[in-house]
Write a protein that binds this ligand. Sequence first.
Ligand code: AMP
Length: 413
Amino acid sequence: MTTVTTPTNFTELGLIAPLLARLTELNYKVPTPIQAQTIPRVLTGYDVIAGANTGSGKTAAFALPLLQHLHVEKSASHVGNEKGNYVTRLVLVPTRELAKQVADNIKSYSVHFNGAIKTLAIFGGVSINRQMQTLSGGADILVATPGRLLDLISNNAVKLDRVKTLVLDEADRMLSLGFADEIAELLALMPKKKQVLLFSATFPDQVTSFTQGLLNNPIEIQLQSADASTLVQRVFTVNKGQKTAVLEHLIKQYQWRQALIFVNSKNSCNHLADKLFKRGITAEVFHGDKAQGARSRVLDGFKNGELDVVIATDIAARGLDIAKLPVVINFDLPRSPADYMHRVGRSGRAGEVGLAISLIDHEDYHHFKVIEKKNKIWLEREQIEGFEADAALADFVEKPVARPAGHGKKKAK
Ligand code: AMP
């Protein structure tokens, strides 16, 4: 009988020297659990369905084996990129910002291949002509949003009939109704025989059944765990109409270095920003009606710490890696329970301590129960001193709190 042990360092995972050298430079000391479980399987060629908490290192879990496969292929064939606008590794993602972030990560992991591996990010909202030029001669790894990729295909700028590996990042979103038609169109253009990798923090049941036909005898790795999370989730009950005042109170009292606030519509972003401005808090908005240049400026400013408060719709919910983000606040609850997990997962990434706060009024109360049930969490309802919700609902737990323990930063701004 053979005993299977989980590798505890990157060398044991079977990664090659140029990747190992880069991981050392990036100070990745040990593989995260999803990397330890996934990388050897992907290297061996298996199809994989991988579920793990947000911020647990999923990008490297698929990017490193893709790069290794490409390096081995290129060394064996003595030829460079295949002639024509072909792509052999395709990563599909739901948002423009995620396309850029994932491609940037892959480029960073591949610095020791000395330019031999071409990775491109393709997304809408920017000039298609420039993307057509950069795609000339094809790409090794293309990270794309589906809509723009289809546009480029219809312009003959890229061909998918040599795709060897397909990755769906945020897979449940990619396979949901919003993207299903585009994904079906893209799949029809790829070879039937290919390696397929699905990654997400959430996998609703209907998605799992949809994937049956897409994958060939996949290995399922599910590592989602509330216990393993370094994220503290809290729920404050407030009276209807009090949320803005409560938000102002929280931001001013706890002086978080940064805060990401989620609302449910583009209008609500602007509206809340105006209301906070009148209360002395400057916030930037991030939503789909902003031009791509403005979207990028807000995200870059937030990532590099120049912006303190950003109010966003769910386009910021998935995948975005904002280092050490202290707090996520659900001003509005997300409609989809899966999106709750993605939103709150912007904080507490890569083992950092994080905090997620949801503000619920009486109208949100039942929906929040659904969110908890679907995500298998239960959070104590708390009240904020001075903003106690009236006890019209028996379920409201009376437990005044002075501040979220351990998360308040006392420094004055
Ligand atoms: P991801 O879930 O891929 O967005 O990764 C979340 C964060 O963890 C990113 O900032 C990565 O750079 C970082 N990260 C990924 N893998 C490791 C690792 N093995 N050790 C340390 N940091 C990591």
